[in-house]
Design a binder for this molecule. Structure first.
Ligand SMILES: [Zn+2]
Ligand SMILES: [Zn+2]
Length: 565
């Protein structure tokens, strides 16, 4: 049976979709008021006669027919047609408070946003506030409403659950001072997307339960020797028990993925009956050098460990400067000086500023004239902040045909150019790859920005042939970034080994739009380590003098590179 509330929702959706698609606004309003009047009815429509329906205010012949169709078939043809031409994420967006169908339409059409997560990201990047009719206040409200809406979704980006996880860990540590406690599973491997956080402990689970009972959880139960605890924020912890004398063995078993664990196990005779006092001992017994948790993905780490050839992984302290940052000149929240001083405070030696280019109108991209003004501001700042240095760059949009955004006169004034795709995402793999390759072959391109445009858990990005793109980058001496924003982590870490094997350097770039964004370098570093990035192959492990020299030499070669083309 179709209930009144289902009919009410159907008409509400119908009215909203009509508005969204800019169809007859009179009709749209009539569907919305029908929906409202149905919500006020006492009797069920499914039990009414046709005559009884006629007495309901604002329900004329056309609407009555639709109600009858819904009651008999479960469908309204017009509604089905409208749903057909609307991405499901856009429909979902209309359920966020603070933005009606007209605004959703603007967001969809002008920013090409098709999911709620993309919208959230646009708010974080200040792009919504720049849209006509929106403004900063609307943006803030929308962001809050999205967060509310998403509270109960159950997949998380690593960065979003890290803090909460550390608190849980500390809580357990505090209560069970004499017990073993460790993160394990994908969280311990710094996996970029998680559905739960695994912990292993030698503390008796009844006592852990008792302790957790004192806090507020949405769900708390023990299933097969594992406590499932879901926080009010929706984060799921799974805490498993291990006897103390088998703790490191169980930690090893639960940390790596299956391929990794099985491969190591089969190298140890009598693994099942043995005890180990550390994970190091396990790898030693297997005839392997120690494999860090984040590498236990069953790729080629074991092969390398047999020959003692695992590389020394890049560390945060080896990153010497901030590459890829925005300022108030385009869509950032802070001035260049604020960004620079904060970078200094964090111990970095330089800031490579890269505001958006002129085609990025949605992000207040810089006109050629503004570029020149910005450069004179940077010159002055560099005099004051020396030996700290601000390098002049741009995040140039890669246009539809793969060309960059300014003429040579302007391009030649930058120390470096990051080339990124921000618009027209709907492309075949062939087209997207071609577009990127053309941009990489432009002699002014120094760094390829976020190669796929993905946003983890919310936008797949355009499909590209990674291998081809990386090969062309190698040939053209172009650096590829790992965009360190925890939603992007693009280049994906799974491609790093291939890139560096061809000599392509990787830059760990925060793409910071405000001061705190600079800290994202940390998440980029975690991802880079999973891809076995070394200090030597990390572009921004150069110190300020080395980088200055790099830019000077590279720029001096542009003339001859351009001539070759
Ligand atoms: Zn970008
Ligand atoms: Zn950027």
């Amino acid at each position: 049976m179709v209930t009144n509330s289902e009919i009410e929702s159907a008409f509400e959706l119908l009215g909203k979709l009509m508005e969204l698609h800019g169809e007859n606004s009179f009709k749209a309003k009539s569907y919305l008021s029908a929906s409202y009047n149905i919500s006020k009815l006492n009797g069920e429509l499914s039990e009414m006669t046709s005559e009884e329906m006629d007495t309901i205010p604002s329900i004329g012949v056309a609407i009555k027919q639709k109600i009858q169709s819904l009651l008999s078939t479960g469908h309204i043809k017009l509604l089905d047609e409208l749903l057909e031409k609307t991405p499901s994420g856009v429909v979902e967006m209309m359920s966020i408070k603070g933005i009606g169908p007209k605004k959703v339409s603007t967001i969809w059409k002008e920013l090409e946003i098709e999911t709620i997560d993309e919208l959230k990201y646009a708010c974080l990047e200040n792009r919504l506030s720049l849209l006509k009719g929106f403004g900063e206040k609307t943006q803030k409200t929308v962001l809050e409403n999205i967060q509310f809406y998403q509270k109960h979704k159950n997949k998380f980006r690593y960065a979003e659950v890290e803090q909460e996880s550390l608190l849980m860990f500390q809580l357990l540590k505090k209560y069970f001072t004499d017990e073993e406690i460790s993160f394990t599973g994908e969280f311990r491997r710094y996996y970029e997307v998680l559905d739960k956080i695994d912990l292993l402990t030698s503390a008796p689970l009844e006592e852990v339960m008792e302790m957790l009972n004192e806090s507020q959880f949405d769900q708390l139960q023990e299933i097969e020797n594992t406590i499932h605890a879901k926080t009010t924020e929706g984060t799921l912890f799974q805490i498993s028990f291990s006897e103390k004398n088998n703790f490191y063995k169980n930690l090893f078993i639960t940390t790596g993925n299956e391929v990794h664990v099985e491969d190591v196990k089969k190298r140890i005779s009598d693994f099942d009956s043995k005890h180990f006092s550390s994970e190091e001992e396990i790898y030693q017994s297997a005839g392997l050098s120690f494999i860090l948790p984040e590498l236990r993905e069953g790729i080629n780490e074991i092969e390398l460990a047999t020959e003692n050839k695992l590389p020394q992984l890049i560390e945060m302290k080896e990153i010497k400067g901030v590459v890829h940052a925005h300022s108030k000149w385009s869509d950032g929240n802070n001035t260049i000086e604020e960004m620079a001083r904060y970078s200094m405070k964090l111990g970095y030696e330089y800031l490579c500023i890269s505001d958006h280019s002129k085609s990025a109108t949605y992000a207040s991209g810089l006109s050629a004239e503004q570029v020149l003004q910005q450069h004179s501001e940077i010159n002055k700042l560099n005099q004051r902040l020396s030996p700290f240095k601000i390098f002049k760059g741009i995040e140039s949009d890669i246009l539809g045909d793969g060309s960059l955004d300014y003429n040579e006169d302007i391009l030649s004034r930058f120390d470096f150019v990051i080339a990124s795709i921000h618009q027209n995402f709907k492309m075949s793999e062939e087209k997207a790859t071609e577009r990127l390759i053309r941009a990489i072959e432009n002699p002014y391109t120094t760094i390829l920005g976020h190669p796929t445009g993905r946003l983890l858990l919310s936008r797949i990005g355009y499909p590209i042939n990674h291998k081809a793109v990386i090969e062309v980058a190698a040939k053209n001496n172009v650096v590829i970034e790992i965009n360190a924003h925890p939603w992007r982590l693009d280049l994906d870490w799974r491609w790093i080994q291939f890139a560096i094997s061809l000599g392509v350097e990787i830059s760990i770039n925060p793409d910071a739009h405000n001061l705190s964004g600079i800290h994202d370098i940390y998440y980029g570093t975690l991802a880079a380590r999973k891809g076995m990035l070394t200090q030597k192959m990390t572009f921004n492990s150069r110190n300020v003098n080395e980088l200055e020299e790099y830019f000077t030499i590279r720029k001096s070669k542009i003339g001859s590179m351009a001539a070759k083309q």
